[in-house]
Design a binder for this molecule. Structure first.
Ligand SMILES: Nc1ncnc2c1ncn2[C@@H]1O[C@H](COP(=O)(O)OP(=O)(O)OP(=O)(O)O)[C@@H](O)[C@H]1O
Length: 657
């Protein structure tokens, strides 16, 4: 298993949808597929499906199909009608590429199967022994396109997956082993209105192989709720969700989209087949979600969706009728491109008619979709960097663990084999033994020579030499096997050393990565702190501005008063104005340096710099009393820096006294 379960932190870092409504209408697409049945042909009895114009003619009362009138037949128009001989490939050729394009362009998408039990929903979506369904093939094609984009566009991507089932109005994580599986809570995020499933465990997958092993582990859990050995099937609805995040660092663009693949369980009737496995009450509960789905679709079909699509509509109570409709809320009237695969039998008239009617209704629903593309600001970049690092870190840790396990196994093997020292002693012993034997051999050979010369016809000589030859061969073989053992041992040792060095390298890389993450986290912290400081300064500036405005108003009042007084009383000095309270102000020249000051009444206010300068309101209150009066020729504008305040100055609104 190479996929990693994501921590809560990782899942929480998803980027929220943009709030500006740039959505576009998009109707739900409906595809029809019929199960091949022996002895039943198209154009026969009640049903005529045409894959050329994608219509279905359905006879609703007696009479030949060709000569029907409006009262006796219904015509259904779908986006695609496959005939009964259509293969898995035909269906997937139609469906896969457009869906992958939508998802990779940032649109949330859903593929949903709907139809009676045994009509081929799981066959189409999941597949069977003889061929893959939509789920494995779309995942494969998706990864291949993502990997292509890494090479051609320099994109980065990350994919996470989770799978759950809905059974008897409860939602369960499919990754949790059956005995420990507990119902999970569904809720909508208050900020993004996204569906959230509490405590579900998403897994991060970095390749199609990872994803395949995740899907297998979910399927292997074999262990779906409501499994009946008699029916050899489970009765739960299964939902796979893939979340794809693509980043183009060069262009600072982030695309977030998700793909739901939903295999519904068909509604069942209480009959001989079901009565052995389900009570009537249980069957009612089991069918509740499909009934709720039909109701929701009916409601949405009736309403004019364009006008009702709003936050209010998304809270519509119709979705609250069952867990399935809550999960499908975005797919029915929301921000998802939805495709429904209808499956039905030709032979079962009532269920086929009801399925066709459902398909017709759901096709009337207009979703409002938008591509979830956003820019990357510094904070998001940092978050994503930290997220990447954590994923890499997790991958390194799992690689280290795999290598450690391999080393332990190798150590186990090497402890079972003969140690180096033992081998050396054995080798020496056998060498000594060998020399001894050789000496013996030589003495025997000498003895034999003597015997031969003394008695040339003795046949014992031959027998003895044969025995001796065998002995020699044995010795040589012994030496050879020792050599082999020594070689094998040194190979094992080298392998061990290599694994150890690899482990050390990975561990040091891990340490470095952790340091990098800590550094980045520190930087983010600093950024946040700077942000807070800047916010504080901004507030101070805003307050200061308010104070200034009040001061200006007050001064303007004073100026007006002075003006009135001036017209009433002749000016004591040319170019200066004296207020009744004794304040004297001089006018500044137009375009002079001070006319650009933020204190100037005529000058445009300067933008507030990022903490470049601080001004305290107390300096404003005290400024006038410190400065002396400088008369200047009267033109436009007031030099407020030159205000002279006499001891009897009137109180300013912000002086507090
Ligand atoms: N188009 C088809 N070609 C060949 N076999 C098919 C086809 N459709 C369905 N089948 C076979 O029919 C059987 C029932 O199909 P499947 O399990 O997909 O039904 P289902 O609609 O998912 O049922 P349920 O609602 O009970 O889950 C399976 O054995 C499947 O292999």
């Amino acid at each position: 298993m190479h996929w990693n379960l994501m921590s809560k932190e990782q899942t929480a870092s998803s980027v929220s949808l943009p709030t500006v409504d740039n959505s576009e209408p998009c109707h739900i697409e409906v595809l029809l597929r019929t199960v091949p049945e022996k002895g039943l042909q198209n154009n026969e009895s009640t049903f005529k499906a045409s894959s050329s114009d994608n219509t279905v003619l359905f006879r609703t009362s007696n009479g030949p199909l060709q000569n029907t009138t409006g009262d006796t037949h219904s015509t259904f128009q779908f986006d695609k009608v496959f005939n009964a001989n259509a293969t898995q490939k035909d269906v997937q050729d139609f469906l896969l590429d457009p869906t992958i394009n939508d998802v990779l362009n940032g649109y949330n998408s859903t593929i949903l199967t709907y139809g009676p039990s045994f009509s081929g929903k799981s066959y189409s979506l999941i597949g069977s022994q003889d061929g893959g369904g939509i789920l494995p093939n779309i995942c494969k094609a998706l990864f291949s396109t993502l990997e292509d984009r890494v090479k051609t566009k320099g994109n980065n991507f990350s994919v996470s997956v989770f799978a759950f089932e809905i059974y008897m109005e409860k939602t369960y994580d499919l990754l949790v082993p059956l005995p420990e599986r507990k119902p999970l809570k569904l809720h909508r995020s208050s900020s993004t209105m996204d569906l959230e499933i509490k405590d579900i465990r998403p897994a991060h997958v970095s390749s199609f192989e990872d994803l395949k092993s995740y899907i297998q582990s979910v399927q292997n859990s074999g262990n779906r709720m409501g499994y009946s050995s008699e029916a050899e099937r489970s009765r739960s609805h299964v939902v796979f969700q893939l979340h794809i995040e693509q980043r183009n660092r060069g262009r600072d663009i982030l695309k977030n989209s998700s793909l739901y693949l939903i295999d519904l369980h068909g509604a069942e009737k209480f009959d001989k087949r079901t009565e052995n496995t389900l009570s009537q009450d249980a069957l009612k509960k089991l069918n509740q979600s499909i009934e709720a789905l039909k109701n929701t679709v009916e409601c949405l079909e009736i309403k004019n969706l364009d006008s009702i699509y709003s936050a209010k509509a998304s809270h519509s109570s119709t979705y609250r009728e069952s867990q399935l409709t809550e999960v499908l809320q975005d797919s029915l009237g929301g921000n998802r491109k939805t495709k429904v695969i209808l499956t039905c039998f030709l032979s079962n008239v009532p269920t086929t008619l009801s399925t066709l009617k459902f398909g017709d209704s759901i096709r009337q629903i207009n979703n409002r979709v938008m591509d979830n593309t956003s820019g990357l600001n510094l904070k998001k970049k940092m978050d994503l960097f930290v997220q990447d690092m954590k994923i890499k870190d997790d991958n390194y840790i799992s690689q280290i663990n795999i290598l450690k396990a391999e080393i332990d196994t190798l150590k186990g093997h090497s402890s079972q084999s003969v140690s180096k020292e033992d081998l050396a002693t054995k080798y020496d012993d056998s060498k000594k033994e060998n020399t001894k034997l050789k000496l013996q051999l030589d003495s025997i050979a000498q003895l034999l020579n003597r015997l031969t010369t003394e008695n040339p016809n003795n046949s014992i000589n031959d027998e003895v030499s044969e025995i001796l030859m065998k002995r020699c061969e044995q010795i040589a073989q012994l030496e050879l096997s020792f050599d082999r053992q020594v070689n094998a041992n040194s190979k094992l040792e080298k392998e061990l050393e290599y694994k150890k060095s690899k482990e050390e390298a990975l561990e040091s890389m891990n340490v470095k990565l952790l340091e990098q993450i800590q550094l980045q986290e520190k930087e983010i912290q600093e950024l946040l702190t700077t942000n807070a400081i800047l916010k504080g300064e901004l507030e101070t500036h805003t307050k200061l501005n308010e104070t200034r405005n009040e001061r200006i108003k007050y001064l303007e009042g004073s100026v007006k008063e002075l003006g009135i007084n001036k017209s009433a009383t002749p000016s004591p000095r040319k170019g200066s104005v004296s207020s009744s309270s004794g304040n004297t102000m001089s006018h500044i020249e137009e375009g002079s340096e001070l006319s650009n000051s933020p204190w100037s009444l005529n000058a445009p206010s300067k933008p507030v710099g990022w903490g470049v300068r601080k001004v305290s309101s107390s300096s404003i209150a005290t400024m006038g009393s410190q400065e002396s009066f400088t008369p200047r020729p009267f033109k436009k504008g007031l030099n407020l820096h030159s205000i002279k305040v006499t001891p009897n100055t009137s109180k300013s609104p912000d002086s507090g006294n």
